[in-house]
Write a protein that binds this ligand. Structure first.
Ligand code: ADA
Length: 563
């Protein structure tokens, strides 16, 4: 399943899911030398196969694609971990770095018949890879999200951006549509739009680079209902591409949008003018059966478990999420803090040659691809990186500027663990600290949150403040009257003390528990040895989603009555 709603009524689209041929690669074999010994599922992680449970390296996926009639093709690769080189009939058509954002490739004027799609996948660590490092989560190998094949004939709506806003109590949408045009621009090229019965036409365009046209409109929608966590009203934005005198569309795109605005006012975060308190979880895309390639069923059961505690927010720590999970958040009314891919990079990591370009690409892809999700109310970057150094500050600043240029409708933040030493707190709309009172430190949460407010105010007084991570290890099934660290009891105690302290603070905009479910981590030495069982055990449910005591504690604290 590509999305939770249909993206096209007209365009010919197929999902290339199913079994693909797979060959392990060592060295640099030629295409003819590859031995496709395996059949692996797409989407899927290769660690699902009993021979490859801990395999880190390279592999090649192959799929035969049959076309009935001549067409130009667009492939969409929703997520390949960590990096991919894509070949169509032996010719390279794309190269991409980063597991958690989508990319596309075009092949023009393809003849009918059978063709070969081959993808070289690599999940190794090294200097070529600055964002994927051995870490407190596991970066799997494989084609972890869907692959989509689209057919078109010279003209295609590439993407559409919809930014809602309100003026004199009437909802508007600022709409930008990018069209890919392979040949000369046809006369009378235009786009018709339809949203909730409001119909409009866009005929003026600007050329934006080779073969790309940009159409823009600002449209009023007097009858729509706003999107909120309580009533997540969604609308289909239906776009049709027309050309020449004909009234028959040549292509179409359907996006799903919601009407809401996000702002900050003093220490408050506002959605549609109402103060919201973010209560929720940090979540990794990870499951023992499927790795990072969660099917819809597991995504939905995660979401149900999260909502059942009374939580209203998910932070996509520490990378952009599968868009089907974001679709679910839109639909079920869960706020999302989405962040780029980075965790715990020090200055040395950040000064590696590829770092800035790799971050630039992930930020751009994240924002451009996910801009229409009403559930995303915050963009975040660079979790716990070198924000306490002048060089780090310059990079945070560049990245925030980049995101603001792409989307100025959402507040920006990052999760800091640098406390009073942080040099970047003035760069954000909302300050966020990861703090573990009761676990890594003996401070009380009351004391630490007071300090956090002071550190934030020292940078810029009176901004919203979020405690973006707090939590404790709790090994599933380890229950003991001693309540020592690691027991389910102690985990529940620590989380309860944190939540109670934060609920008292009027000046707090959010609190996010680390973490929703236990997750696999990279096997290693050094600090990774603190991760018993090669997993981060601070989940409120274990890797199989079995609730620990703390899950019920949180549900009783956040359950009905809190909003
Ligand atoms: C950090 C980090 C998380 C996780 C957590 C922990 O704050 O952001 O990814 O590693 O600590 O469990 O210690």
């Amino acid at each position: 399943m590509i999305r939770l709603y249909q993206n096209h009524d007209i365009r010919k689209v197929r999902e290339l899911d199913g079994l693909w041929d797979f060959a392990l690669v060592s060295g640099a074999p030629t295409a003819e030398e590859l031995e496709y010994k395996y059949l692996l599922p797409v989407p899927g992680c290769w660690e699902q196969h009993p021979d490859l449970l801990t395999y880190r390296g390279k592999g090649v996926y192959r799929k035969r694609v049959v076309l009935a009639s001549p067409a130009s093709l667009r492939f969409q690769f929703k997520g390949i971990s960590h990096s991919a080189k894509v070949f169509f009939n032996q010719r390279q058509i794309a190269e991409h770095y980063n597991a958690y954002t989508a990319f596309e490739a075009y092949v023009r004027d393809v003849e009918p018949g059978e063709h070969e799609l081959r993808i070289e996948v690599d999940n190794t660590f090294g200097d070529h890879s600055t964002l994927h490092i051995p870490n407190d989560y596991y970066t799997y190998g494989g084609i972890i999200r869907p692959v989509v094949l689209e057919e078109y004939t010279g003209l295609l709506i590439e993407r559409a951006e919809f930014i809602p806003y309100q003026e004199d109590e009437v909802w508007h949408g600022r709409i930008k549509v990018t069209v890919c045009c392979d040949g000369p621009v046809p006369s009378d090229i235009r786009i018709t739009g339809d949203l909730n019965g409001v119909i409009w036409e866009m005929s003026r365009y600007e050329r934006i680079g080779e073969g790309r046209l940009c159409f823009q409109a600002d449209v009023q929608f007097p009858e729509v209902k706003p999107w909120s966590a309580e009533q997540p009203s969604l609308y289909l934005l239906k776009l049709k591409l027309m050309s020449g005198q004909q009234d028959v569309p040549v292509d179409d795109l359907i996006e799903r949008v919601g009407f809401r605005v996000v702002s900050v006012q003093g220490t408050n975060l506002l959605v549609n003018g109402h103060k919201v308190m973010l209560r929720g979880f940090n979540r990794h895309e990870d499951h023992p059966h499927v790795g990072a390639a969660l099917p819809l069923q597991l995504m939905l059961s995660d979401l149900e478990l999260i909502k059942a505690t009374g939580a209203n927010t998910v932070r996509t720590s520490h990378y952009p999420n599968d868009e089907r999970f974001l679709d679910l958040c839109d639909e079920y009314g869960l706020f999302v803090w989405e962040e780029n891919h980075a965790r715990g990079l020090n200055l040395q990591h950040m000064q590696k040659p590829g770092f800035e370009a790799q971050c630039e690409a992930v930020n751009r892809e994240m924002v451009v691809q996910h801009i229409n999700h009403p559930s995303i109310i915050v963009w975040g970057i660079l979790n716990e990186c070198a924000s306490d150094t002048p060089e780090g500050r310059a990079m945070y600043q560049t990245q925030f500027n980049q995101i603001r240029r792409l989307d100025s409708s959402r507040p920006l933040t990052f999760a800091s663990n640098k406390n009073e030493r942080d040099l970047c707190l003035d760069l954000v709309d909302m300050v966020a600290f990861n703090m573990y009172p009761g676990w890594y430190t003996d401070d009380s949460p009351e004391q630490l949150v007071r300090l956090a407010r002071a550190w934030a105010d020292q940078a810029v007084p009176g901004r919203p403040l979020i405690i973006s991570e707090f939590g404790a290890d709790g090994f599933y099934g380890y229950r003991e009257p001693t309540r020592v660290k690691g027991t389910e009891e102690r985990q529940a105690d620590i989380i309860e003390a944190n939540i109670k302290a934060y609920e008292e603070r009027e000046d707090l905009a959010g609190m996010l528990i680390w973490q929703f479910a236990d997750c696999r981590v990279t096997e290693g030495t050094g600090w990774l040895m603190n991760r018993a069982g090669t997993q981060n055990s601070k989940g409120l449910v274990d890797r199989y989603r079995r609730p620990k005591l703390a899950y019920y504690t949180v549900a009783s604290l956040w359950g009905k009555g809190n909003s």
